[in-house]
Design a protein around this ligand. Structure first.
Ligand code: FDA
Ligand code: NAP
Length: 447
C-alpha cells in the first residue's frame, strides 16, 4: 500500500498484528453495513510481511485459546473472516472437525491470520515503523490543531513520511523482557528471537543448552531443543519446584470473557486486585497440561533408559551470564551460586506489557495519567487526553491496569476491535451533529 500524505484517515493503526487486523475487519464490516460515509483506514507495520510471533512457531505448539476466539466470531459470528470460514476456504473443515479439538496448532492459526491479512494489503504499509505522533497544522477555529500526525520512519531504502489521522489506534504488542543486567548476543537469546537464531546454527553441534524460565515459552523451547539437538544436555532453569499448570478450567476462564472487562473496569480496587491475586495462573509463569506431561514423561523415560540429557534445575534463577569468546557461563542462584557452562542460553523470561510512550512521542504530554503514573484510559480504550488534542488515541494492549487480564491476549480482540470501531463511528456522529446544530453565521460577516 502507499499511504497518501495528503489524506486524512479516520483511523491510522500503529502495528498490524492480530489486534489491528481484527480492527481492519471490524471497520470493513461496519462500512459494508452502513449508508454513512465509510471509515477510511491505514495501518503501519514494521515487519516486512504479516507475522505473529513467528520465532515461536514451533512444530507442536498449539493455541491457548479455542479457535472460536478468532479475530471476528465473538463480534460477528457470521463474519467471512472467521477461523471456520478459513477452514472452509482451505478445504479442511471436515478434517479439522475430525481432529476433535478446540485448539489448532499455532502454525495453522498463523496461516489463518495470513489468509485474513491478505484481504487488507491495500490498507497496510509493511516495513514501516511508526516513530512518533505529533500535531499537524492549525485548524480554523481558535488556533486549534487540526489533526493527529503519524510519523513513519524510513527503513531499508524508504523515506520518512507522515500521514494525518482523526484517530490513531496503537497496537504494538508485548516487549521482550531479559533479567536485569543480562544482554543478548549470538549465544544469549530471548525466546522472541528463537527460531530465526536457531536456524543459524547446527543443532548437532550443540553440547549444552540452558533454557531459563517456567512459562509456556520455556517449556515449548525445552521440548523443541530436546527433540532437535540430539547430543545436547538440556538444562531447564526453573524458579519454582516444577512447571505450574495453566488454569484453563471453566470458572477461571471466565476472566477472559468480554463481560469480565466491565467487571474489571467498573470494579472496586479490591475487585480488580482479586483478578490478579486469584487468576494470574491462567496466563503468567504457567504451562499447558499436555506440555508438562510430555516433558515429565521424557525425563522419566531417560531415567529408565539410564541416559539422561534432560535436566530440570528447580528453585533456581539466573542472575548473570558471563561471555568470553565461545564461552558462555550462566550464573545459577538457588541459595548457593554456581556456574553452568553452555553453548547457548535462551531466556524465556517473559514480556513487559505494551508500552505506548515511544509511539506517543510529542503527544505523550497531552495524555493524562493516574496517581500511579499510568495512562488513563476510557472504557472504549480511548486515552484520556487534554481538550486541546484533536481526535482520539486508542490502545489495543497496555490496558491491564484498566481493562484487566485479557488486554495482551487474543481472547477479547474481536469484541474490543468492534468496540473501538463503534466508538470512533459514534464520536464522529456526535461531532457532525454538533456542527450542524451550531448557528450558521451570516455570509460575509467580519470576524
Ligand atoms: P502483536 O505483538 O501480535 O502485534 C504487534 C505488531 O506491531 C507487531 O507485528 C509488531 O511488529 C508491530 N509494531 C511494533 N511496534 C511498531 C511500530 N512502532 N510501528 C509499526 N509496527 C510496530 N494469546 C492468546 O490469547 N492465545 C495464544 O495462543 C497466544 N499465544 C502466544 C504465543 C506467543 C509465543 C506469545 C509471545 C504470545 C502469545 N499470546 C497468546 C499473547 C499475544 O500477545 C497475542 O497473541 C497477540 O500477539 C496480541 O496481538 P497484538 O496485535 O496486540 O500484538
Ligand atoms: P511468562 O509466562 O511471563 O514466563 C516467564 C518465566 O520466566 C517465569 O517462569 C519467570 O519466573 C521466569 N523468569 C524470569 N526471570 C527469571 C530468571 N532470572 N531466572 C529464572 N527464571 C526467570 O512468559 P512466556 O512463557 O514467554 O509467556 C508469555 C505469554 O505468551 C503468555 O501469555 C503465554 O501464554 C504466551 N505463550 C503462548 C504460547 C502458545 O500459544 N503456544 C507459547 C508461548 C507463550 P517468575 O514468575 O518467578 O519471575
Amino acid at each position: 500500500m502507499g499511504a497518501r500524505e495528503t489524506d486524512v484517515y479516520d483511523v491510522v493503526g500503529v502495528g498490524f498484528g492480530p489486534s489491528n487486523l481484527s480492527l481492519a475487519v471490524a471497520i470493513q464490516e461496519h462500512n459494508s453495513s452502513t449508508s454513512d460515509r465509510p471509515l477510511t483506514a491505514a495501518f503501519f507495520e514494521r515487519q516486512e510481511a504479516f507475522g505473529w510471533h513467528r520465532n515461536m512457531l514451533l512444530p507442536a505448539a498449539t493455541m491457548q485459546i479455542p479457535f472460536l476466539k478468532d479475530i471476528a466470531t465473538f463480534r460477528n459470528p457470521a463474519s467471512r473472516y472467521s477461523f471456520v470460514a478459513y477452514l472452509h476456504a482451505s478445504g479442511r473443515l471436515a478434517g479439522f472437525v475430525n481432529n476433535q479439538t478446540f485448539f489448532p496448532t499455532r502454525r495453522e492459526f498463523h496461516q489463518y491470520l495470513e489468509w485474513v491479512a491478505a484481504n487488507f494489503t491495500d490498507q497496510v504499509s509493511y516495513g514501516s515503523e511508526v516513530v512518533g505522533l505529533r500535531l499537524s497544522g492549525q485548524g480554523a477555529g481558535a488556533g486549534a490543531p487540526a489533526h493527529l500526525e503519524v510519523e513513519v520512519g524510513g527503513g531499508a531504502g524508504r523515506q520518512r513520511n507522515s500521514v494525518r489521522a482523526r484517530n490513531v489506534v496503537v497496537s504494538t504488542g508485548l516487549v521482550p523482557r531479559m533479567p536485569e543486567g543480562v544482554l543478548g548476543d549470538d549465544r544469549v537469546w530471548h525466546s522472541s528471537e528463537f527460531l530465526t537464531r536457531f536456524r543459524g546454527l547446527k543443532p548437532a553441534d550443540l553440547r549444552a543448552v540452558a533454557v531459563v524460565g517456567a512459562g509456556q515459552s520455556a517449556a515449548e523451547i525445552t521440548r523443541f531443543v530436546h527433540d532437535t539437538a540430539p547430543h545436547a544436555q538440556v538444562y531447564s532453569v526453573i524458579p519454582s519446584y516444577g512447571y505450574a499448570l495453566a488454569d484453563d478450567t471453566p470458572f477461571a476462564n471466565q476472566v477472559f470473557d468480554p463481560a469480565a472487562v466491565d467487571d474489571y473496569y467498573f470494579g472496586t480496587d479490591r475487585a480488580r486486585q482479586a483478578f490478579w491475586d486469584y487468576h494470574t495462573n491462567t496466563n503468567y509463569s504457567v504451562v499447558d497440561d499436555d506440555v508438562i506431561r510430555d516433558l515429565y514423561r521424557r525425563s522419566y523415560d531417560e531415567q529408565v533408559n539410564g541416559a539422561r540429557r534432560l535436566h530440570f534445575l528447580n528453585l533456581t534463577r539466573v542472575g548473570e551470564v558471563k561471555r568470553a569468546g565461545d564461552e558462555t557461563r550462566v550464573l545459577l542462584m538457588n541459595g548457593e551460586r554456581r556456574e553452568l557452562e553452555v553453548d547457548l542460553c535462551v531466556f524465556a523470561t517473559g514480556y513487559h506489557g505494551m508500552e505506548p510512550a515511544g509511539v506517543l512521542g510529542d503527544l505523550a504530554p497531552y495524555c493524562l495519567r493516574d496517581e500511579a503514573g499510568r495512562l488513563r484510559v476510557e472504557r472504549d480504550y480511548r486515552l484520556v487526553t487534554g481538550p486541546e488534542l484533536p481526535g482520539g488515541i486508542y490502545l489495543q494492549g497496555g490496558t491491564e491496569h484498566t481493562h484487566g487480564l485479557s488486554s495482551s491476549l487474543l481472547s477479547n480482540i474481536a469484541v474490543r476491535s468492534g468496540e473501538i470501531a463503534e466508538s470512533i463511528v459514534s464520536r464522529h456522529r456526535i461531532e457532525r451533529e454538533l456542527e450542524q446544530a451550531l448557528p450558521v453565521e451570516p455570509a460575509g460577516k467580519a470576524r
